[in-house]
Design a binder for this molecule. Structure first.
Ligand SMILES: [Zn+2]
Length: 308
């Protein structure tokens, strides 16, 4: 069959060897020819060389994306400890849902959880599963800064960056096998083979363009939800300052979300260009109260500033 041969050809040239060779395309059983042909044509259109294959392609349906995110979240939550203080959890969830409501993808449910660690970081899994570390809330200077980080993570879900990154990393071989939900075990198998949180997060590593797009979406989202759109800029500035004083203090955050002068300038310029809105929230008593409820950080990078 020509289609089959073509797919094999593309597959040979493009698929990455990620020890996931057990998955095979079973076109006749798991896919209708139309779906396969449509996916293949997207691929052929966007393929200009091995390196750039799948750069901005997502072959996952919304249902598959959510199923994969749910499976990843299960895998990850075996390894992390969640922070359970109900008031803090409720506050973070309400802040997240307020932002989601004004995002460009509010039709799917979002789940946000607080990870019980001093480490400053936040991340998003495909399909609306978000995590923010307790340490990140502690170093946020204002509610708008925290909202900025959460809006940035929401934006990765909005722009389906996780699904695109997976398509890029795993290749068509794996993704085609998952299309249309007729292969529910494929989702579980992928999550299991990525070997826990390290594997999953490195697989979801975003390109610089994806980071730029998420920043831009976050700035708009913040403002539309009633928050100072410079919150994200403020947070990036803080991270850079901490890093200048103590390189390595924020290693994980920098690995996944490297703040740069360029990102600070871009978000600041974008926020300044938006029409002025009165009454935008920068900070709130409730945020300060919630932050005050968190256990002190063992090594607070901000306190070091005061000591110097
Ligand atoms: Zn990001």
């Amino acid at each position: 069959m020509i289609l089959h041969a073509l797919i094999r050809h593309v597959q040979k040239g493009l698929s990455r060897s990620l020890s996931l060779t057990t998955a095979t395309i079973r076109l006749s059983r798991s896919l209708s020819l139309t779906t396969a042909a449509a996916s293949l044509s997207i691929l052929l259109l966007t393929t200009s060389g091995c390196g750039s294959a799948f750069k901005d392609v997502n072959v996952l349906s919304e249902a598959d994306e959510i199923a994969l995110g749910r499976e990843f979240s299960r895998e990850i939550e075996r390894e992390i400890k969640l922070y359970q203080e109900p008031e803090v959890v409720r506050y973070v969830d309400e802040l997240c849902q307020a932002l989601v409501l004004h995002s460009r993808r509010s039709n799917i449910p979002y789940y946000i959880k607080v990870v019980d660690t001093d480490e400053v970081n936040a991340f998003a899994l495909p399909g609306g599963y978000l995590y923010v570390n307790r340490g990140l809330i502690s170093i946020s200077g204002t509610e708008a800064e925290l909202a900025g980080v959460i809006a940035h993570e929401i934006a990765h879900v909005v722009a389906r960056h996780g699904a695109k990154a997976l398509t890029r990393q795993l290749g068509m071989e794996i993704m085609l096998g998952m299309i249309s939900g007729r292969n529910p075990r494929g989702v579980q198998r992928i999550a299991a083979q990525l070997a826990g949180i390290g594997g999953i997060l490195s697989m979801l590593h975003h390109s610089r363009e994806a980071e730029r797009e998420a920043d831009a979406l976050a700035v708009v989202n913040l403002r539309e939800a009633g928050y100072d759109p410079e919150g994200l800029t403020g947070f990036f500035e803080k991270l850079l300052e901490i890093n200048d004083r103590d390189p390595g203090a924020l290693a994980t955050m920098f690995a996944t979300h490297p703040p740069s002068r360029e990102r600070i300038e871009n978000t600041r310029e974008q926020a300044a260009e938006l029409p002025v809105l009165e009454g935008l929230i920068t900070d709130s008593d409730r945020f300060r109260q919630i932050r005050g409820m968190l256990p002190p950080l063992k090594k607070n990078p901000l306190e070091k500033e005061k000591a110097e």
